[in-house]
Design a protein around this ligand. Sequence first.
Ligand SMILES: Cc1ncc(COP(=O)(O)O)c(C=O)c1O
Length: 436
Amino acid sequence: MSNQPVNRRRRALLGAALLAPVAAAVALKPRELGGGHNEAFLRMQTALRDAGLFRPTLVIDRASLLHNIGRLKANLPKSKHYRIVAKSLPSLDLIRTVRQLTGTDRLMVFHQPFLNLVAKQMPDASLLVGKPMPIGAAARFFEHLTDATVFDPAAQVDWLIDTTQRLQEYRDLARANVAAGSAPMRVNLELDIGLHRGGFRTAEAVAEVIQVLKAEPSMRFSGFMGYEAHASKMPGILGGPQKALDKAMAQYSSCVDVARELLGSDFDPDALVLNAGGSSTYELYTDASPCNEVSMGSGLVMPTDFDKPTLADHRPAAYIATPVLKALDRTDLPGLESMTGLFSSWDPNAARTFYTYGGYWHADTVSPPGLQHNAIWGHSTNQEMLNGSAQVQLAVDDFVFYRPHQSEFVFLEFGDIAVYAEGRIVDSWPVFSQGA
Ligand SMILES: Cc1ncc(COP(=O)(O)O)c(C=O)c1O
């Protein structure tokens, strides 16, 4: 019997075994990326240069902001009021712009110093506190309110209460305020409608608190706040976003029913603040939803965390721009200088190095294309290293553009916001200061 077929099979197997790692390496080898800024980023770069902003700068593209405000106005059901999420648009001028174009006086505020600032600088606003403040923070708000002459906290602040324990703490403060001549404190109840970040979970628990409030002359039940950020992230296998929102709204509705029942003729849905929503879900609301207002903030500037199907008609409006300080034609890593050629022949996108003015923000580079972080070198908030291929068109004093992951907090890291419109920086908007 001939050995030939056996030998041929063995040779084929050997060939496949040798080729497999080569094929895997070819498949895994990074593809060369790169390019220059497109026309829009080139114009923004020129605008920053013309404005003398050669430092990390938060830029808002006014046309995209206006587009997003237009989408909000078109999408919001007619029967729902709009509430601005101040932490996501943390600048008085930005909030003023949004107020002017949407006609709302409703703000949701999440930080005691911001609460004091808004009360002082925007004394016509109605404020809903977006998370339950420690009682000490609420007391400090009143202590620091001395400058606000027009703002009436009893009428214009809805304090968020998540537990009966906190209700008791706030009752003592409310009683002291009323004894000093104030009207009763407005109390809004946080509902857990599926996010499980705290708040009252059942209609029975809500009923108990409303009964306490009915009997307490220093406090007044002002409505509900139910946040449902989980809904937009709900995978299809668990029913998807719409089903999660429907479930949340059914629970919300049962709490509104309890309030109607207990308050009787005092139940006035128009006078209550029945808050729900956020950027990633606001487009799913309809006139039939049991809330009477919807909050949203981030969707107006569109940081990358909000690149979601439910916001597909919104556009990115916020960028971080920062100058390149050094542009090197090679990537040398300390102690690994002998590997320089090896690294760049494996990954062409590691061939060149750019050091930028600042960095390590919660943000992704967006222009020019093809920039990447170097995992061995790490990060720097002082001079961040970015790598790119020979195709990346970037020189010293050019700008790198990022998109922030979120607007909350990240917007506060750059000083004034540079407002960009039609090829120029047209305005400078101071941002909130974290503490005062
Ligand atoms: C209570 C509450 N409502 C609404 C929002 C929505 O804010 P945004 O529209 O900026 O996502 C948030 C965000 O954290 C929130 O905590």
